[in-house]
Design a protein around this ligand. Structure first.
Ligand code: SIN
Length: 188
Protein backbone atom coordinates (compact mmCIF):
# COMPACT_ATOMS: atom_id res chain seq x y z
CA UNK A 1 0.00 0.00 0.00
CA UNK A 2 1.25 3.50 -0.82
CA UNK A 3 2.21 5.93 1.93
CA UNK A 4 1.19 9.60 1.76
CA UNK A 5 3.07 12.43 3.51
CA UNK A 6 1.70 15.95 3.93
CA UNK A 7 4.15 18.87 3.96
CA UNK A 8 3.16 22.34 5.12
CA UNK A 9 6.62 23.90 5.53
CA UNK A 10 9.85 23.19 3.68
CA UNK A 11 8.40 19.91 2.42
CA UNK A 12 6.20 21.96 0.07
CA UNK A 13 9.15 23.15 -2.03
CA UNK A 14 11.73 20.47 -1.26
CA UNK A 15 10.67 16.84 -0.90
CA UNK A 16 14.15 15.29 -0.77
CA UNK A 17 12.83 11.74 -1.46
CA UNK A 18 11.42 9.83 -4.42
CA UNK A 19 7.66 10.03 -4.88
CA UNK A 20 5.14 8.89 -7.50
CA UNK A 21 2.73 11.80 -7.33
CA UNK A 22 2.18 15.08 -5.53
CA UNK A 23 -1.05 16.95 -4.87
CA UNK A 24 -1.59 20.47 -3.52
CA UNK A 25 -4.48 20.59 -1.09
CA UNK A 26 -5.35 21.03 2.54
CA UNK A 27 -6.01 19.42 5.89
CA UNK A 28 -8.78 20.57 8.22
CA UNK A 29 -8.69 21.71 11.84
CA UNK A 30 -5.12 22.99 11.95
CA UNK A 31 -3.36 26.34 11.59
CA UNK A 32 0.23 26.76 10.31
CA UNK A 33 2.23 28.97 12.67
CA UNK A 34 5.88 29.99 13.03
CA UNK A 35 5.95 28.73 16.60
CA UNK A 36 8.57 25.98 16.43
CA UNK A 37 12.20 26.71 17.32
CA UNK A 38 14.82 25.29 14.97
CA UNK A 39 18.29 24.61 16.30
CA UNK A 40 19.26 22.07 13.61
CA UNK A 41 18.16 23.58 10.27
CA UNK A 42 17.40 27.31 10.41
CA UNK A 43 19.13 28.28 13.63
CA UNK A 44 21.56 27.06 16.25
CA UNK A 45 21.16 26.08 19.92
CA UNK A 46 22.57 29.51 20.83
CA UNK A 47 20.25 31.30 18.41
CA UNK A 48 17.20 29.24 17.40
CA UNK A 49 15.33 30.12 14.23
CA UNK A 50 11.58 29.86 13.76
CA UNK A 51 9.90 27.26 11.55
CA UNK A 52 6.28 26.28 11.14
CA UNK A 53 4.26 23.82 13.14
CA UNK A 54 0.55 22.99 13.23
CA UNK A 55 -1.78 23.96 16.03
CA UNK A 56 -5.28 22.49 16.29
CA UNK A 57 -7.78 25.19 15.36
CA UNK A 58 -11.47 24.53 14.72
CA UNK A 59 -12.73 25.64 11.33
CA UNK A 60 -9.24 26.31 9.91
CA UNK A 61 -7.60 24.76 6.84
CA UNK A 62 -3.88 24.38 6.28
CA UNK A 63 -2.78 24.14 2.64
CA UNK A 64 0.29 22.19 1.60
CA UNK A 65 1.64 19.39 -0.54
CA UNK A 66 0.86 15.68 -0.20
CA UNK A 67 3.33 13.16 -1.65
CA UNK A 68 2.55 9.58 -2.60
CA UNK A 69 5.38 7.14 -1.99
CA UNK A 70 5.05 3.52 -3.04
CA UNK A 71 7.27 0.45 -3.03
CA UNK A 72 8.71 -0.92 0.21
CA UNK A 73 12.23 0.30 -0.55
CA UNK A 74 11.16 3.86 -1.46
CA UNK A 75 8.97 4.06 1.65
CA UNK A 76 11.80 2.88 3.89
CA UNK A 77 14.29 5.34 2.36
CA UNK A 78 11.82 8.25 2.57
CA UNK A 79 10.94 7.47 6.18
CA UNK A 80 14.56 7.18 7.34
CA UNK A 81 15.33 10.47 5.57
CA UNK A 82 12.31 12.24 7.09
CA UNK A 83 12.98 10.93 10.60
CA UNK A 84 16.34 12.73 10.50
CA UNK A 85 15.17 15.86 8.70
CA UNK A 86 12.07 16.29 10.88
CA UNK A 87 13.65 15.12 14.13
CA UNK A 88 12.65 18.26 16.01
CA UNK A 89 9.01 17.48 15.20
CA UNK A 90 8.05 15.12 18.01
CA UNK A 91 4.70 13.79 16.77
CA UNK A 92 3.38 12.06 13.67
CA UNK A 93 -0.33 12.63 13.03
CA UNK A 94 -2.52 10.86 10.45
CA UNK A 95 -5.02 13.18 8.83
CA UNK A 96 -7.54 13.43 6.01
CA UNK A 97 -6.33 15.37 2.99
CA UNK A 98 -8.63 17.32 0.65
CA UNK A 99 -8.11 18.91 -2.75
CA UNK A 100 -11.57 20.43 -3.30
CA UNK A 101 -12.25 23.50 -1.11
CA UNK A 102 -15.91 22.69 -0.40
CA UNK A 103 -15.70 18.93 -0.31
CA UNK A 104 -16.56 16.92 2.77
CA UNK A 105 -15.07 13.78 1.23
CA UNK A 106 -11.33 13.35 1.74
CA UNK A 107 -9.20 12.82 -1.37
CA UNK A 108 -6.78 10.73 0.72
CA UNK A 109 -7.29 9.38 4.23
CA UNK A 110 -4.53 8.74 6.77
CA UNK A 111 -1.89 11.07 5.35
CA UNK A 112 1.12 11.31 7.66
CA UNK A 113 2.21 14.74 8.89
CA UNK A 114 4.99 15.82 11.25
CA UNK A 115 3.89 18.11 14.08
CA UNK A 116 5.92 19.90 16.75
CA UNK A 117 3.73 19.91 19.83
CA UNK A 118 3.45 22.86 22.22
CA UNK A 119 4.27 20.79 25.33
CA UNK A 120 7.83 21.75 26.44
CA UNK A 121 8.24 18.38 28.23
CA UNK A 122 8.20 16.55 24.90
CA UNK A 123 9.27 19.40 22.64
CA UNK A 124 11.93 21.57 24.33
CA UNK A 125 12.40 23.64 21.14
CA UNK A 126 8.85 24.98 21.05
CA UNK A 127 8.83 28.80 21.10
CA UNK A 128 5.15 29.64 20.78
CA UNK A 129 3.62 33.03 20.04
CA UNK A 130 5.39 36.38 20.03
CA UNK A 131 4.66 39.73 18.42
CA UNK A 132 5.13 39.92 14.64
CA UNK A 133 8.07 42.28 15.14
CA UNK A 134 9.76 40.01 17.68
CA UNK A 135 9.39 36.99 15.38
CA UNK A 136 10.65 39.00 12.39
CA UNK A 137 13.76 40.18 14.30
CA UNK A 138 14.53 36.63 15.38
CA UNK A 139 14.09 35.31 11.82
CA UNK A 140 16.37 37.99 10.36
CA UNK A 141 19.19 37.05 12.70
CA UNK A 142 18.90 33.26 12.70
CA UNK A 143 20.84 31.00 10.36
CA UNK A 144 21.56 27.26 10.54
CA UNK A 145 23.06 24.40 8.50
CA UNK A 146 20.12 24.53 6.02
CA UNK A 147 20.55 28.28 5.46
CA UNK A 148 19.19 31.61 6.66
CA UNK A 149 15.89 31.50 8.52
CA UNK A 150 14.56 34.35 6.36
CA UNK A 151 15.01 32.20 3.19
CA UNK A 152 12.82 29.49 4.75
CA UNK A 153 10.09 32.09 5.35
CA UNK A 154 10.44 33.68 1.89
CA UNK A 155 10.45 30.29 0.14
CA UNK A 156 7.31 29.25 2.00
CA UNK A 157 5.63 32.57 1.18
CA UNK A 158 6.56 32.15 -2.50
CA UNK A 159 5.55 28.48 -2.71
CA UNK A 160 2.11 29.21 -1.22
CA UNK A 161 1.57 32.18 -3.54
CA UNK A 162 2.55 30.07 -6.55
CA UNK A 163 -0.32 27.76 -5.67
CA UNK A 164 -2.74 30.65 -5.16
CA UNK A 165 -2.87 30.12 -1.41
CA UNK A 166 -3.11 33.10 0.93
CA UNK A 167 -1.89 32.39 4.45
CA UNK A 168 -2.13 35.68 6.33
CA UNK A 169 0.29 34.62 9.08
CA UNK A 170 3.01 33.74 6.53
CA UNK A 171 2.35 36.85 4.39
CA UNK A 172 2.35 39.22 7.39
CA UNK A 173 5.54 37.73 8.80
CA UNK A 174 7.34 37.80 5.43
CA UNK A 175 6.34 41.45 4.99
CA UNK A 176 7.48 42.27 8.56
CA UNK A 177 10.88 40.74 7.76
CA UNK A 178 11.12 42.61 4.43
CA UNK A 179 10.29 45.86 6.23
CA UNK A 180 13.26 45.39 8.53
CA UNK A 181 15.62 44.64 5.63
CA UNK A 182 17.01 47.82 4.10
CA UNK A 183 17.27 46.56 0.51
CA UNK A 184 13.79 45.07 -0.08
CA UNK A 185 10.21 46.31 -0.01
CA UNK A 186 7.11 44.53 1.30
CA UNK A 187 5.18 42.76 -1.48
CA UNK A 188 1.42 42.61 -1.72
C1 SIN B 1 6.77 20.23 6.88
O1 SIN B 1 7.26 20.80 5.93
O2 SIN B 1 5.75 19.54 6.74
C2 SIN B 1 7.34 20.24 8.27
C3 SIN B 1 8.02 21.48 8.64
C4 SIN B 1 9.27 21.76 7.88
O3 SIN B 1 10.10 20.86 7.69
O4 SIN B 1 9.43 22.90 7.46
Amino acid sequence: MAMWVFGYGSLIWKAGFNYDEKLFGFIKGYRRLFYQGSTDHRGTPAFPGRTVTLLPCDGEKCWGMAYKISGEENKEIALSYLEVREKQYDTKAYVDFYTEPNSTIATIQGVMVYVASPDPRINPNYLGPASLEEMAKQIIQAEGPSGPNRDYLFQLDEALKQHGCEDSHVIDLANAVRKLLPETKPSS
